[in-house]
Design a protein around this ligand. Structure first.
Ligand SMILES: [Zn+2]
Length: 713
């Protein structure tokens, strides 16, 4: 098969304000019409015969977008409709790989046929795909697009015969099955490959056959709510994982504890009382101290492939030579001389993201070698991943085996979340019993076989009393380590109400973990009530997800990072500016002057005002248009806010104060909001700060015989 010889940049020079999207999907067996005499592969081999036969089928003809009725196709088109309703019809194009017609647009009128790559052997796929020119048409089709979603099953992906030529300003996102990994090669484009198994399918509440379409629809829905995501996906396609991983969390509504969560107080007086009630946490410290507080308290960080390029060139903004992200990029704990966490939590859903990942982990000698971390590693199943399923997709025997083979230090029993709609009477009892039954089987098999890792039993519940009963039962089963699940989004005071009941059942040797709760201000209370460990990624993620609090400091004060986006990476904001008449050279000059200004200010070579002027000269252009036009009021508001935030940042220069390795090595670069290598490093710094503050807390704790309110911040 010949490769295209295009050498010019492939991305269209048509300037538009947001990434142009192309969706590549495949034909499905289910079609709107299924006449007995539909076309077969023989018809497609001969043009004349095709014309004749097509005439006979005219009454069954329709545009391809409407011909296919398979699950994937339907979901894809729903997703496309969502995007078009937000951005207009021209924002998204759809092209379909038909095993009969080749690559066709959704408007192409076709007649029913029965040809699929799915029934072909490898050699047949290649020769037939070659005949109907799949590779060449795909190459030509993607030229004009910035963001290409490829939603193909294994055999259709093979028909593409990748790679094709791509450009570094393009982003390709593949949603594919696990077995397709070896045939996905994205060339120069940025890319993200998400592969799926049956377990994932049920996690997203659909069958595997429709999963890719379902996910596209879900992504489209997210983008409709937050249009900035489109630009973010284009610049940093890895964001997709976060979008998808965050999905089920939306179901986690706060627990209902009637006294404390009255929806809205009717009177001001009530509101004031509620507020007082919430703020007055000190009563919890008046309860007797938990019997297990001699056990050290530990912080775990959840692992989501948070890595950076070790040799990134900040001045030139270039990656290290020949870098392969999955092979060469490093974790935070490889940068700092000591890790900024006691342990790491690895969820099975993260391991299962790539089919070969588990095998890779086993081959390299276990999870410690794989994530290059020699301290404690906790494994869990990632219950949010299967929250919608009636039962967890795992069984205890396989999970025990998984923890042991991958050499986890701690393994968490298989639980089922009781939150949001799954906390309804009738559902919650089933999940509650199931979680406890699993915990019982888990520990009895663990004891019988004598596994090496420490078992952790999970308590789920829907009220302080049910949580307490679960914990009591787990202690009776023989657990020394118990985790409270389902409270990641629960208000602190509600968690304290739960702990107040739970902690009465703890023994001096019971360790107690809180899943997904890292609230530094609440630590004294949690500690008092027997919590000995928790996990949280929030300090890390705030570096780029928070609108304002991107750079944290030991005092608790957080600063906004200075936005200096890449002109060359064609973000949505930049594209808008280009389309509204700004010259690329002008923008590049503003970008480079902003970078220079903050660096020179850092060195003391220019004044604060001079630096601020340059930063704002670029920054003030970056207000995003609404309905095609920048709203002057919004723009002014943004400018005022950023002026204040940046001035404050420049006055304090917190990056010069920080003693962490990242700030020492990269200094002012860590405060610039610009690409993964700065943003994630800033997240590592935040984790360092969080851990330092946590250690300060532990020190204070050791200096006191008991807690008192003054020891809190
Ligand atoms: Zn730092």
């Amino acid at each position: 098969m010949t490769k295209s010889s295009l050498t010019k940049p492939l991305v269209s020079t048509n300037i538009i304000s947001r990434p142009r999207i192309l969706i590549i999907t495949s034909c499905t067996g289910e079609k709107r019409f299924k006449p007995a005499n539909q076309l077969t592969i023989e018809d497609f081999k001969d043009t004349e015969r095709l014309t004749e036969r097509t005439k006979l089928l005219t009454k069954f003809s329709c545009p391809s977008g409407q011909m296919y009725t398979g699950l994937q196709h339907l979901r894809v088109m729903e997703g496309v409709d969502i995007l078009r309703s937000r951005f207009g019809k021209e924002a998204v194009d759809v092209k379909i790989i038909s095993a009969g017609y080749g690559l066709i647009t959704e408007d192409k009128v076709i007649v029913p046929y029965s040809v699929t790559f799915n029934s072909m052997k490898s050699a047949e796929i290649y020769s037939w795909a070659n005949f109907i020119k799949i590779h060449e048409s795909f190459q030509q089709a993607i030229v004009e697009y910035d963001l290409v979603f490829v939603l193909l099953g294994d055999k259709y992906l093979r028909a593409l015969n990748l790679p094709v030529e791509t450009h570094q300003n393009q982003t390709l996102i593949f949603l594919a099955s696990n077995k397709s990994l070896d045939c996905i090669i994205s060339g120069n484009a940025k890319s993200e490959v998400l592969t799926f198994s049956n377990a994932d399918a049920s996690r997203f509440g659909c069958a595997l056959v429709g999963l890719k379409g379902q996910l596209l629809k879900l992504i489209a829905t997210e983008i409709r709510e937050k249009p900035d995501l489109l630009e973010e996906l284009h610049n940093n396609p890895q964001t997709l994982e976060q979008i998808l991983n965050n999905q089920p969390y939306q179901l986690e509504l706060p627990l209902e504890i009637p006294l404390l969560t009255e929806k809205k107080s009717k009177t001001k007086k009530q509101a004031k009382n509620n507020k007082l009630l919430q703020e007055d946490l000190s009563t919890y410290l008046e309860l007797p101290l938990a019997v297990n507080t001699h056990l050290a308290m530990q912080y775990f960080i959840p692992e989501w492939d948070d890595k950076v390029d070790v040799g990134y060139d900040f001045l030139q903004d270039e990656f290290s030579l020949n870098r392969k992200a999955y092979r060469d990029d490093i974790y935070a704990h490889e940068i700092y001389s000591k890790p900024n966490y006691h342990g790491i939590l690895v969820s099975k859903v993260v391991v299962d993201k790539r089919k070969s990942k588990r095998a890779d982990i086993e081959n390299i000698g276990g999870i410690h070698n794989f994530i290059k971390f020699q301290d404690k590693i906790m494994g869990d199943c990632g219950a949010f991943g299967y929250i919608k399923q009636e039962e967890p997709p795992y069984n205890t025997v396989e999970i025990l085996d998984y923890y042991e083979k991958l050499k986890f230090n701690y393994g968490v029993s298989i639980d089922h979340l009781i939150v949001g709609p799954f906390a309804e009477p009738g559902v919650r009892e089933k999940r509650y019993d199931l979680t406890l039954r699993n915990a019982e089987e888990f520990i009895s098999k663990h004891q019988k076989i004598g596994y090496n890792f420490t078992p952790i039993g999970v308590a789920q519940g829907w009220s302080p009393e049910t949580y307490a009963d679960a914990v009591k039962t787990l202690v009776e089963m023989g657990y020394d380590y118990i985790a409270i699940g389902g409270v990641a989004r629960t208000r602190t005071i509600e968690i304290l109400e739960i702990l107040k009941e739970v902690y009465q059942h703890l023994t001096p040797k019971t360790r107690l973990h809180l899943f997904g709760v890292g609230r530094i201000d609440a630590l004294p209370y949690f500690r008092h009530l027997g919590v000995t460990s928790f996990d949280s990624a929030s300090p890390l993620r705030k570096a780029w997800f928070d609108a304002i609090e991107n750079y944290h400091t030991l005092s608790g004060k957080a600063y906004a990072a200075v936005r200096i986006p890449f002109v060359d990476k064609q973000s949505q904001r930049i594209k808008y500016l280009l389309s509204s008449g700004y010259e690329r050279e002008t923008l590049k000059q503003l970008e480079q002057e902003a970078l220079k200004a903050i660096r020179e200010y850092d060195k003391g070579n220019i004044s604060l005002d001079e630096s601020l002027d340059k930063l704002l000269a670029y920054d003030e252009l970056l207000e995003l248009p609404r309905n095609g036009k920048v709203n002057p009021t919004a723009k002014a508001r943004r400018l005022r806010q950023h002026t204040r935030l940046y001035r404050e940042l420049l006055e304090v220069k917190p990056w010069q104060e920080c003693e962490c390795k990242i700030c020492q090595d990269y200094g002012v670069e860590t405060i610039i909001f610009r690409g993964n290598d700065r943003n994630r490093r800033r997240g590592f710094h935040n984790t360092y700060v969080f851990y330092k503050r946590f250690q300060e807390f532990l020190k204070t704790e050791n200096n006191l015989d008991n807690f008192n309110v003054d020891s809190t911040e």
